[in-house]
Design a protein around this ligand. Structure first.
Ligand SMILES: [Zn+2]
Ligand SMILES: [Zn+2]
Length: 829
């Protein structure tokens, strides 16, 4: 008994202490103090670290992997993360066990280029960046599980990135080959096709060149699944099954770029040139062939007399950008001719960079009468243009005469994995000259190559003082004999480690699998935990990753599924692309010096204000314009909400109609906010909350009075309780403060059930409107009370009434008299 009394007394004290704090801060909220306080409490109580094994309703809420450099968290990151966090918090209040991990994609060219720029070693820089970035993230109040962070440069992580490479190699999905590749002269490394944007390097903006180099590839385009189908086909087919925005789906479909057509052979002296065309029905108008400058046929067909000119052209092509679509056509004649199998005519063979090596066979039949680019080329170089109607029977004729076969072509190419750079996971392969000369190797078609055995992983990235790219086609690791001198795993002779590192897109193509298994030893991901938590339920990120990252991730998931390592094929059940932020009307960029770092705003206005402000800027998928004046307005709103609890908590509504109005608005708001949150319509959610807050303020001032003693108003209490719950995902700190310290409820608000609405209150009250024509009653209109004061709505509906129609038909209404909520009178001529 004494014990119970003691507890009671203790609780009273707690309440009292809470009240004192609350009165001290009444008026204006002291954001910095309360935000730090709750962040510490959440961390201490592991509020956002669900028990991954025991969770009953797992919900994996993931935001795209950030790759910050030393300036750390950018307001653009915060915009994306806040939007994702709000969704996660909403799901948590709906009863889900939400897992919301965060980490750092710190390997790769982006971080390395920055290290070069400021002259600091990337390994040292990474440590600093990590510390700063995580500290900044803490301050935003997101519900991250801080026990599950991961960094791609951590050997504990990249061990498994290398393990994936080995798996791919063993399955024949990783290979080495000489191929024309994109070369960035500034980054001094090769780039994947996806990393070349309009002829420029995605990382640094330099014009990309073409080089013939031996490289590692993953069979993204040529790989076959156990059932014999191409991965490319499954990647395409699955697009129909996933809940992603249309734009992203279209981008993926276009990148895979499937087209049906024919492979047709053209005789050219001793050679035979094979072209892919989607229009075999226009072969009757094919008047020349065009080879890509990278084509293997170039050397074979170029005549002696034209050699000098051709090599000049190719040299020029290799040292300048080639992807600009609108530039004027350039080209050179090979001096040779091919035979059009249908017409039997000799047609000239040209070379031009408007034909890409990666498209079809790197050679096309040009039909200037039907193709815009072919026509431009023909006109410039005065090649014959023959106008013939396309003839569908030509498909059959070409096949029947054996000139060609039906063929499906893909724009997609194999994924270029190797980089001649320092800051990445070393590719875990060993090359033995001796074995190679005897034709021995781990894979039949790759003599001399062996993968590093699993127990020897990770192949750690050594500390190299001069880590800058050499531009010689090899990585800085090739200057470290201690690193590359190894024994052949097969014959024991002197062998050489691969010195290239893997593409950073490989690091980020599987990280979502590791998060739930962070800390698990001896396996990349725990099969039981993966089964429970994957695939990712909600994935939020930038639309600029529509092809690169998302396609690589999908491909690897499919491969892992075929390896029996996971039980799903698509990694992200729902993907939502958020919009981009601009600053005062201009794109944020380092060169303009207008990048917003959240720190100062959080310090000045509080994280809750910044969060709500960012989400109020516009529809989440459209982005918005960040303005300092706007954030001040949001701070005022936050203070107004706080004030409702600090100053008007004890309001008693004395009029029945006030109580009713408050309850109706409350249920409307619950409905609106719940629906909008589900669809990530955050700006309209906040508008709805603002309306609700305005009504409550009006009522507390006009309709209510302050309670004396223990008198409480149930409706008012319910309204305040509901408001704080609805606002919790946006302003997690202030709402926690209100919940625990002001309302005296149990910690934490973020684990409370989401309010539900009572549809009884949503029934629209109906009123009758009198409709007159020339002052005489002709009909009545039943309409929702809210609409009854809206003249255009009433007028439209009144005019649509059959009786009224007949009264005003053929007449001109010269005036309309409207008595709001009561009457409408059409005055005719
Ligand atoms: Zn570059
Ligand atoms: Zn050997």
């Amino acid at each position: 008994m004494l014990y119970v009394l003691f507890i009671f007394y203790y609780l009273m004290q707690e309440k009292l202490v809470g009240s004192i704090i609350f009165y001290m801060t009444a008026g204006r909220l002291d954001s910095n103090t309360i935000e730090a306080k709750w962040q510490e409490r959440w961390l201490k109580e592991l509020s956002y670290s669900p028990d991954l094994e025991k969770a009953k309703k797992p919900f994996y809420n993931l935001m795209m992997f950030p790759y910050p450099s030393a300036e750390g968290l950018h307001v653009g990151n915060m915009y994306a993360f806040t939007g994702a966090d709000i969704y996660g918090r909403f799901m948590r209040m709906q009863g889900h066990d939400v897992f919301e991990p965060i980490g750092l994609d710190g390997f790769g060219i982006h971080s390395e280029n920055y290290a070069i720029k400021i002259g600091e070693h990337p390994a040292k820089l990474a440590k600093k960046t990590q510390e700063r970035f995580y500290k900044q993230l803490h301050a935003t109040g997101n519900s991250f599980d801080w026990g599950k962070t991961l960094e791609t440069y951590d050997p504990e992580y990249y061990k498994w990135t290398q393990w994936i490479f080995v798996k791919m190699f063993k399955a024949g999905l990783a290979y080495r080959a000489k191929a024309p590749v994109n070369w960035c002269p500034s980054c001094k490394t090769v780039l994947a096709d996806e990393q070349v944007i309009a002829g420029k390097c995605e990382r640094c903006g330099s014009e990309v060149q073409t080089k013939q180099l031996e490289q590692w590839f993953f069979r993204l385009a040529t790989g076959k699944r156990p059932d014999g189908n191409l991965y490319a086909e499954s990647l395409l087919a699955n697009i129909e099954k996933i809940d992603w925005s249309q734009k992203v789906k279209i981008a993926q479909r276009n990148w895979i770029g499937k087209s049906e057509g024919m492979m047709i052979k053209f005789e050219a002296g001793d050679s035979e040139i094979e072209v892919f065309t989607t229009r075999p029905d226009t072969i009757n108008g094919a008047t020349f062939l065009v080879l890509s400058p990278d084509s293997e046929w170039v050397e074979k067909v170029t005549s002696k007399e034209n050699k000098r000119k051709v090599s000049e052209y190719i040299k020029k092509y290799q040292t300048s950008g080639s992807d600009e679509i609108d530039k004027e056509k350039t080209g050179v004649f090979t001096g040779s001719y091919a035979i059009n199998p249908l017409t039997g005519k000799e047609i000239p063979i040209w070379i031009s960079d408007y034909v890409l090596a990666g498209y079809g066979t790197g050679a096309i039949m040009a039909v200037p009468a039907h193709d815009e680019r072919d026509r431009e080329f023909a006109e410039k170089f005065e090649i014959e243009i023959v106008k013939k109607e396309p003839d569908k029977s030509l498909w059959q004729e070409i096949e029947a005469k054996g000139w060609g076969n039906r063929h499906t072509n893909y724009h997609l190419r194999d994924w270029l994995i190797s980089r001649q750079r320092y800051w990445g996971p070393p590719i875990p392969m060993i090359y033995c000259e001796d074995c190679a000369s005897k034709g021995k190797g781990e894979q039949k078609d790759m003599p001399g190559w062996y993968s590093v055995s699993e127990e020897d992983l990770p192949v750690e990235l050594p500390y190299v003082e001069d880590y800058r790219p050499r531009g010689t086609g090899v990585s800085p690791l090739a200057t470290e004999p201690k690193f590359y001198e190894v024994k052949c795993p097969s014959c024991g002779e002197k062998a050489r480690r691969e010195t290239d590192v893997s593409d950073t897109f490989l690091d980020s193509a599987w990280y979502y699998l590791r998060y739930p298994s962070v800390g698990v030893k001896n396996t990349a991901w725990d099969p039981e935990i993966s089964k429970k938590w994957l695939p990712v339920d909600m994935y939020i990120g930038g639309a600029e990753h529509s092809v690169l990252h998302l396609l690589y991730s999908r491909f690897l998931a499919m491969v892992f599924r075929d390896f029996g390592l996971i039980d799903f094929e698509e990694p992200f059940t729902r993907f939502y692309a958020h919009g981009l932020l601009i600053k005062e009307g201009a794109k944020m960029s380092k060169s303009k010096g207008n990048i917003v770092v959240p720190d100062e705003y959080i310090k000045k206005f509080g994280a809750d204000t910044l969060r709500a402000y960012l989400m109020f800027l516009g529809p989440f998928d459209a982005g918005g314009d960040f303005r300092d004046t706007g954030i001040e307005g949001m701070r005022r709103f936050i203070d107004r909400v706080w004030n409702l609890y600090a100053e008007h908590r004890n309001t008693v509504l004395t009029e029945e109609k006030d109580s009713r109005e408050v309850l109706v608005k409350m249920h409307q708001t619950i409905k609106k906010v719940s629906e909008d949150l589900e669809n990530l319509k955050y700006n309209t959610t906040i508008s709805a909350l603002m309306e609700f807050v305005n009504l409550l303020r009006d009522k507390s001032e006009a309709g209510g009075k302050k309670a004396k003693g223990n008198i409480r108003c149930a409706e008012w209490d319910e309204a305040l309780r509901t408001l704080v719950l609805l606002f919790a995902p946006f302003a997690p700190h202030m709402t926690e403060e209100i919940w625990v310290e002001v309302l005296g409820e149990e910690f934490s608000i973020h684990n409370q059930p989401w309010p539900s609405y009572n549809s009884e209150f949503l029934k629209v009250e109906q009123v009758e409107i009198i409709i007159q024509v020339d002052g005489k009653l002709r009909a009545t209109l039943t309409i929702g009370k809210q609409d009854s004061t809206n003249q255009p709505k009433v007028e439209d509906q009144a005019r649509a009434e059959a009786k009224i129609k007949s009264w005003i038909e053929g007449k001109k209404v010269k005036n309309t008299v409207f008595v709001s909520g009561k009457l409408i009178n059409f005055v005719t001529e």
